[in-house]
Design a protein around this ligand. Structure first.
Ligand code: HAM
Length: 411
């Protein structure tokens, strides 16, 4: 028997309904903040992703050559593609641009719970605003979106300038290495690297920086930071807006395009793969031939949010009508079914040639109401409506039956 590729998943209807419901909650929050949806190709020129991150990233991607010999990659994330699109299509549009997306990404990773080779991100990019207000807005939106999903999470906010200031005397390659150690919370690796560089004094400051949750203390540890005022303004805005977060200056972010504020969300009930959101301020446009536009954004790991919500996300909201009929009621039942569906009610009719009793037995397993059309109903134009939960049954006009089913859905 053929199986799906490693690291991919199939989604049955119950799960798809739950996913769509959560997806729409996220869309609704994005809409309220003025973020409009964009869509980019599933695959891009490989260069789009190697330009910033180097050839090393190829090992983590699905890379292939097409029939024309072009080197392409399935997108491992959407930010680079959105910025490419901004340069191609919207460079002259009034700033800032507020864009969002819901899209699948592909990473060649070792699959485990919460880590897949195909996964979905709901993300936003705020392009062309280089202010504390912009940094704060994306974090407020991130927290609003996670709230809307119903997930229990912990939002951590940091800023790269602290870490950067401490390691500024190291060579750029070593700075990246230190950042990678911190991103992975690999303190043994960090100590070994600093020892090899004869910079063991740095280890104490970096460890203290990672540990502190206090802004004043972080400034004390990291020294003079040019972005100080902006960091203070951003944090003050978050407090004024009532965002729940904790400060964490150990956030280094894996992708290397971030420049300033960085933030991550963690779900409380997931195992190792508990990061459900990541983002920050970044600059990419200049790499792709555009102006050096400042941007800030984040992506929610949609699949991890769904894993975190678990069974609670599976509650079906739809009211279902099972339409049952006798042979001489069938033609009338087709019209009744149309009337129910036109009223927005999910209505399913027997397709198996079952007798009325078997149709009702089937409806009682899957539906909330049965609507019965027999010979009598076909003649009078009425319908027999049975509430399958209470057993209550009555024969009423079509409009009244529809109103009753609708009222049930509204409860
Ligand atoms: P990222 O942290 O690499 O950031 O990914 C964002 C989220 O995607 C992660 O926090 C995680 O929840 C989810 N995720 C990542 N890899 C997997 C996987 N293999 N399986 C399931 N979920 C996964 C970015 O991608 C940036 N583009 C975010 C961003 C937008 N920064 C600025 N704008």
């Amino acid at each position: 028997m053929l199986q799906k590729p490693r690291g991919t998943r199939d989604f049955l209807p119950d799960e798809m309904e739950a996913r769509r419901a959560v997806e729409w909650r996220l869309r609704e929050v994005a809409r309220r903040w003025g973020y409009r949806e964009v869509c980019t190709p599933e695959f891009e020129d490989l260069e789009l992703f190697t330009m910033r991150s180097g050839e090393g990233i190829i090992g983590e991607m699905y890379v292939f050559e097409d029939k024309g010999g072009r080197k392409l990659a399935l997108r491992p994330e959407i930010t680079a593609a959105v910025i490419r699109m901004y340069i191609n299509e919207a460079k002259v549009a009034p700033k800032p641009l507020r864009w969002c997306y819901y899209a699948d990404c592909f990473r060649y990773e070792r699959p485990q719970k919460g880590r897949y080779r195909q996964f979905w991100q709901f993300g936003v990019e705020l392009i062309g605003a280089d202010t504390a207000a912009a940094d704060a807005e994306t974090i407020m939106l991130a927290s609003g979106m996670l709230d809307a999903t119903g997930v229990t999470y912990d939002l951590r906010v940091g800023h790269l300038s602290f870490m950067k200031n401490l390691v500024k005397d190291l060579e750029p390659a070593m700075q990246r290495k230190v950042r990678a150690h911190l991103d992975k919370k690999d303190f043994d690796g960090l100590n070994a690297t600093l020892e090899s560089l004869k910079k063991t004094d740095l280890a104490a400051s970096l460890t203290a920086l990672v540990a502190t949750r206090d802004l004043a203390e972080a400034f004390e540890i990291a020294g003079t930071i040019p972005e100080r005022e902006r960091v203070e303004q951003t944090i003050a805005s978050l407090d004024a807006a009532g965002v729940k977060y904790s400060l964490n200056f150990g956030i280094a972010r894996g992708l290397d395009y971030y420049t300033g504020i960085v933030f991550e969300g963690f779900a409380e009930n997931l195992g190792a793969e508990n990061q459900i959101l990541g983002g920050g301020a970044y600059r990419l446009a200049h790499l792709f031939g555009g102006d050096d536009v400042a941007s800030c954004g984040f992506a929610i790991g949609f699949d991890r949010v769904m894993v975190s919500l678990g069974e609670t996300a599976l509650n079906r909201k739809d009211t279902i009508v099972g339409l049952a009929c006798t042979d001489d009621g069938r033609m009338r039942a087709l019209a009744v079914g149309k009337a129910f569906r036109d009223a927005g009610i999910r209505t399913e009719m027997d397709l198996m040639g079952r007798g009325l009793g078997a149709q009702l037995a089937h409806a009682s397993k899957s539906a909330d109401f049965a609507v019965v059309i027999g010979k009598r109903e076909a003649e009078t134009g009425e319908v027999t409506l049975k509430n399958l939960k209470t057993g209550e049954q009555k024969t009423v006009g079509l409009a009244e039956a529809i109103a009753e089913v609708r009222a049930h859905g509204a409860r």
